[in-house]
Design a binder for this molecule. Structure first.
Ligand code: S3P
Length: 438
């Protein structure tokens, strides 16, 4: 458990690139591993979560290796996944677990899924329910958690499933199960969530239709599909860029350019919210890369004002609330958030963990059932953690990185208990932070 103190810093400047998008990287490995032939992936995130997906796909027959800067994947073909000989270790990764449960649910193979202490507390009932309807047999630990054993269906049946929670992982699990299911599998999505699965499956040649009916998205996937190998170019992860966006807004004198950041509308909620709080963020050279919208972001120090955040924006910034809470702690006035129950079942309970962390660092925070209310300092630094006290990050990479940013804008620094989880999504975070604040 490497503890670390993040000290007040000078302005952030220059130009940097954040690593590849985590969601897109998982999908590139999975779909490449299902396509017959060679898929090449540039810009893959080499974090522990994505490597857990790669390890699982190798255990089910795919060849996955890095050659130079590129990853090359030789897939097995839909329907031809091999039964893994050992338990699939998903580490800290909910995305690996839920998407791979979907993928294997319609293959006649048995797989055991295990994970770390954080992942083993997270709810899997949300995928167990639809995948059981499709014919998979799943024995989970009590409360619908890992470790769990899944016997995939030899004769899967297509379903029409209305998502009871706004979750791209549940949507993707059902669609991926649909790939090896005869007929058409339909997902009804009342609240839109990130659409990387739909975009990339279409790019790999799957037959997939997306329609809108009265604000509801309906996604239909035609089963027994064949995927064609692709060259996937992974854009920079907006959820990783988020830490540097907030740091540059908060540290006086900053003027930072972050290149090649994904700005898919289902992911870009934080940028709009920070702009509404008065953040100076300019989108430069908007373009499309590998089927995803991308831009360079120029971020300059700004005086932020607290706002009431519309819960409707939550799915488009669901992973960015921890760092948004840090921005709110330095804003002028009060920021309120509601409708964030999903944050309680992420890598940690992010409402409770961030309320405790920010309070320890001297911020004024009230925790409610479904959100936080934060009274900002009006730009003054936070006091920082008291001597000898450290923030509990609870195996949650985004808590560690958010509180690192809080340390930059504190008087006495912020000590966190463990930086190791950062490697799940952003192994180069500490190096890039040192570079940007040099
Ligand atoms: C993800 C979906 C989101 C997000 C997670 C990645 C994905 O989770 O929080 O970090 O890649 O599909 P939910 O599906 O639980 O909302």
């Amino acid at each position: 458990m490497p503890a670390h103190t993040f000290h007040p810093s000078g302005p952030l400047g220059g130009t940097l690139q954040v690593p590849g998008d985590k969601s897109i990287s998982h999908r590139a490995i999975m779909f490449g591993a299902l396509a017959v032939g060679e898929t090449r992936v540039s810009g893959l995130l080499e974090g522990e979560d994505v490597m857990a997906t790669a390890g699982a796909m190798r255990a089910m027959g795919a060849q996955i290796e890095k050659t130079g800067a590129e990853w090359r994947i030789h897939g097995v073909g839909i329907g031809s996944l091999l039964e893994p000989k050992a338990a699939l270790d998903m580490g800290n990764s909910g995305t690996s677990t839920r998407l791979l449960m979907g993928l294997t649910a319609s293959h006649a193979i048995t797989a055991t899924f295990i994970g770390d202490a954080s992942l083993s507390r997270r709810p899997m009932g949300r995928v167990i329910e639809p995948l059981s309807q499709m014919g998979a047999q799943i024995e989970a630990s009590s409360g619908g958690t890992l470790p769990l054993l899944q016997r995939g269906a030899a004769t899967p049946v297509p379903i029409t499933y209305r998502l009871p929670v706004a979750s791209a992982q549940v949507k993707s699990a059902v669609l991926l199960a649909g790939l090896n299911t005869p007929g058409i599998t339909t997902v009804i999505e009342p609240v839109p969530t990130r659409d990387h699965t739909e975009r990339m499956l279409a790019g790999f040649g799957a037959r997939l239709e997306v329609t809108q009916e009265a604000g509801t998205r309906i996604i239909r996937i035609h089963g027994e599909a064949e995927l064609r190998p692709q060259h996937v170019i992974v854009p920079g992860d907006p959820s990783s860029a988020a830490f540097f966006i907030v740091a540059a807004l908060l540290v006086p004198g900053s003027d930072l350019v972050i290149e090649n950041v994904g700005i898919n509308p289902t992911r870009a909620g934080l940028i709009a919210v920070l702009q509404a709080m008065g953040g100076d963020i300019t989108l430069l050279d908007r373009r499309e890369v590998g089927g995803e919208p991308v831009a360079d972001l120029r971020v300059r120090h700004s005086a932020l004002t607290g706002i009431a955040i519309d819960p409707a924006v939550a799915p488009a910034m669901i992973d960015e609330f921890p760092v948004l809470f840090v921005a709110a702690a330095l804003a002028q006035g009060t920021t309120t958030t509601t409708g964030l129950d999903e944050l309680r079942v992420k890598e940690s309970d992010r409402l409770a963990t961030m309320a405790a962390a920010l309070t320890l660092a001297g911020a004024r925070v009230e925790e409610h059932e479904d959100g936080l209310t934060i009274h900002g300092t009006g730009g003054d630094p936070l006091p920082g953690t008291p001597p000898g006290a450290e923030v509990a990050t609870r195996l949650d990479h985004r808590i560690a990185m958010s509180m690192a940013i809080a340390g930059l804008v504190s008087r006495n620094g912020v000590q966190i208990d463990d930086t190791a989880p950062i490697a799940t999504s952003f192994p180069t975070f500490l190096a890039l932070l040192a570079e940007a604040t040099r």
